[in-house]
Design a protein around this ligand. Structure first.
Ligand SMILES: [Zn+2]
Length: 270
């Protein structure tokens, strides 16, 4: 009798074991079937755009494909544009697809005094405090950094851009100047710097540039248009243009060698 019970018990165990294995197999094959979405920033409505972009850029990882399509890079610059959300925060994204309205003026703009700037220019208060700390600490290390341009109004950009267009034509102007509403300077969160000796466009050749590369992120600033990332940012390399994003984001961007556009799509865009 006991032997029979043991046999039944063993068969029952075997049955339960096999059922469990079977369940495992079905769930893992289900996972294999639905390759996407595995990223939180995957957007079902962009599915065909991801496929098309991947086909044209087979060397990009699926993650990069998704991020770049979410930026809008599968469309030409200044097409399929969106009004930028997160106004009046350091998460605000402005590029060739995300723009600000002509009436947008950031809150809490403060004028930078001449100890840290050329004078007559303003930044959002939080960014101005960070910039002051950066410039003062650089000074203590023996480096001279000065803010040359900061907040620019929509109307200022209208005049600037139109001048460039009449000078070089729209196509050329688009490679180095933003169209009105698409300038990051309208956010009041970015700054062009020099070292007082060289023109800001030569900032890369100064020792101050090296200091900025090493320390800017500690104060929440990033080099916004890096060399080699032109296809993502839509801008020529600008060694002088720094954007305030806060210390945490700045350090992440620096460590992972990505652009703010990519960071935004991975962590901020909803
Ligand atoms: Zn700039």
């Amino acid at each position: 009798m006991k032997k029979q019970y043991f046999l039944i018990f063993s068969l029952l165990c075997l049955f339960l074991f096999l059922t469990a294995c079977g369940k495992d197999k079905t769930s893992s094959s289900k996972q294999e079937e639905k390759k996407e979405p595995t990223y939180s920033f995957y957007k079902k409505e962009n599915e065909t755009r991801y496929e098309d972009y991947k086909e044209k850029n087979p060397n990009l990882s699926m993650k990069d494909v998704i991020i770049r399509v979410n930026i809008g890079l599968d469309y030409p610059f200044y097409t399929n544009t969106k009004k930028s959300p997160y106004l009046n925060t350091s998460k605000l994204l402005v590029n060739k697809y995300f723009y600000l309205g002509e009436d947008y003026v950031p809150n809490h703009l403060v004028e930078l005094d001449t100890s840290i700037s050329k004078g007559g220019i303003s930044l959002v208060e939080e960014a101005s405090i960070a910039l002051r700390n950066l410039i003062m600490d650089a000074k203590n290390d023996g480096y001279t950094i000065r803010a040359m341009s900061a907040y620019r109004s929509y109307q200022y950009q209208v005049n600037l851009y139109n001048n460039y267009v009449s000078q070089d034509g729209r196509e050329d102007a688009d490679t180095y100047s933003a169209r009105p509403g698409f300038s990051e300077h309208q956010t009041g969160l970015c700054v062009d710097v020099d070292n007082k000796d060289a023109s800001y466009t030569d900032f890369e050749s100064t020792k101050e540039f090296g200091w900025m590369q090493e320390h800017a992120a500690d104060y929440g600033f990033i080099l916004r248009y890096p060399k080699g990332k032109e296809a993502i940012t839509g801008y020529q390399y600008e060694s002088w243009h720094y954007r305030y994003v806060g210390e945490k984001i700045a350090k992440y961007i620096k460590e992972h060698d990505i652009t703010f556009d990519e960071y935004y799509m991975e962590f901020i865009d909803k």
